[in-house]
Design a protein around this ligand. Structure first.
Ligand code: NAP
Length: 343
């Protein structure tokens, strides 16, 4: 079967050196291929915008292959099946998949997950009920497990992972939860909305001094989203036997030269600090457990989340630049079926 449907997609126009800009992206209208057996055509409604996407713009080895210049970008998205040649994934189903950055996706049904949107909006599966929420949960329950009475520090605490992590730390028994974010508005929201006891503003002054003041007796757990000065501050504040989950290092994603490690790393030796990296894709088996707990927490109000929404595919590059520079609070999303978008 053939059709003349077209859709727009964002392609990598050129590789950035340092911070990316609009010139590194290209919005292109393209003809959609006809479906073959086992495939579905999905009209994407929301796409996720994540800091790791910056790494895929470089031609450098990583855990995911680089985006190719001239080819469309990829990433998590949700959408509605508008045509199906796959049993089990009917027209009208809402699915999540990995072909974001485009209005329509033709994909093998086996790579799509049918979502239950009867009680939560579809985009929640890109945030708290997606790998974002799972990352916070695995980091604090397995990688750097929170024990009752702990003092926990989370960086990029007003972001997608961080805004969930503070509340999860509390629900897992932490006695005191400290978060850092950029700017007074975000700092305020850490305490007002995301369950933090104390907020540090990394734009207001050195983070190490602020952490020492907020945790005079030190920290037991650190969820590192940022690296750099934040990791060094956490090492300085670590109590003996502290556990660190190395989740991300967003402060260095636009670096043009290798980023040096923390100058005080030696302190981790004599404090017997455990530092363990994690990739959420290695923990997808914990999705059912997280989904059950998070759904209950979202329902009873124990878990409060928020989103920053950009409207329209043409805004997706700006949304990625924004997530790297702190334009978001909570999960950064692009709504693709916004009014005014031509389908
Ligand atoms: P996010 O926190 O929503 O967005 C990134 C945030 O980083 C920005 O909002 C900004 O917030 C902050 N930031 C940027 N530059 C900074 C700097 N120089 N110093 C301090 N903060 C800075 O993104 P996310 O999706 O939740 O991801 C958070 C981290 O987790 C990222 O490092 C990401 O790569 C990582 N991650 C890892 C996994 C995994 O499997 N290991 C999975 C998901 C995410 P401020 O305005 O507060 O500075």
């Amino acid at each position: 079967m053939t059709h003349d449907r077209t859709g727009r997609e964002i392609r990598l126009a050129a590789r950035p050196h340092g911070a990316p800009g609009p010139q590194h992206f290209e919005l292109v209208r393209t003809a959609l291929p006809a479906l073959t057996d086992g495939q579905v055509l999905v009209r994407n409604t929301w796409m996720s915008v994540d800091p790791y996407m910056r790494g895929r713009m470089d031609d450098a080895p990583s855990y995911l292959p680089p985006f190719q210049v001239g080819a469309s970008l990829e990433g998590s998205a949700v959408g509605v099946v508008v045509e199906s040649r796959a049993a089990g994934v009917p027209e009208g189903a809402t699915v999540s998949h990995f072909l974001g950055w485009r209005e329509y996706a033709v994909l093998d049904a086996a790579t799509a997950r049918v979502l239950d949107v009867s009680t939560v909006p579809a985009q929640v599966y890109l945030g708290p009920l997606g790998t974002t929420g799972l990352t916070a949960y695995v980091a604090l329950s397995e990688i750097a497990p929170v024990r009752p009475g702990d003092t926990v520090f989370v960086s990029a605490a007003a972001g997608a992972v961080g805004s969930v992590a503070g509340q999860v730390a509390r629900l897992l028994g932490a006695a005191r939860v400290i978060g850092s974010a950029g700017g007074p508005q975000k700092a305020k929201r850490l305490v007002a909305d995301f369950g933090y006891d104390a907020a540090l503003d990394h734009r207001a002054g050195p983070i190490a001094a602020q952490l020492t003041e907020a945790a005079p007796e030190g920290i037991d757990v650190y969820l590192d989203n940022v690296g750099g000065d934040h990791l060094a501050a956490a090492i300085a504040a670590a109590r003996p036997g502290a556990r660190f989950a190395l989740v991300g290092a967003v402060s260095g994603y636009n670096a043009t030269a290798p980023v040096p490690g923390p100058a005080n790393l030696f302190e981790a030796y004599w404090k017997e600090v455990s530092m363990r990296g994690m990739l959420v894709t290695s923990y997808l088996h914990r999705f059912p457990e997280w989904t059950e707990r998070a759904t209950a927490w979202l329902r009873d109000g124990a878990l409060h989340t928020t989103e920053t929404v950009a409207d329209g595919l043409d805004q997706a590059p700006a949304a990625l630049l924004g997530v790297l520079s702190g334009a978001n609070t909570g999960k950064m999303l692009v709504r693709l079926d916004a009014p005014g978008e031509d389908a």
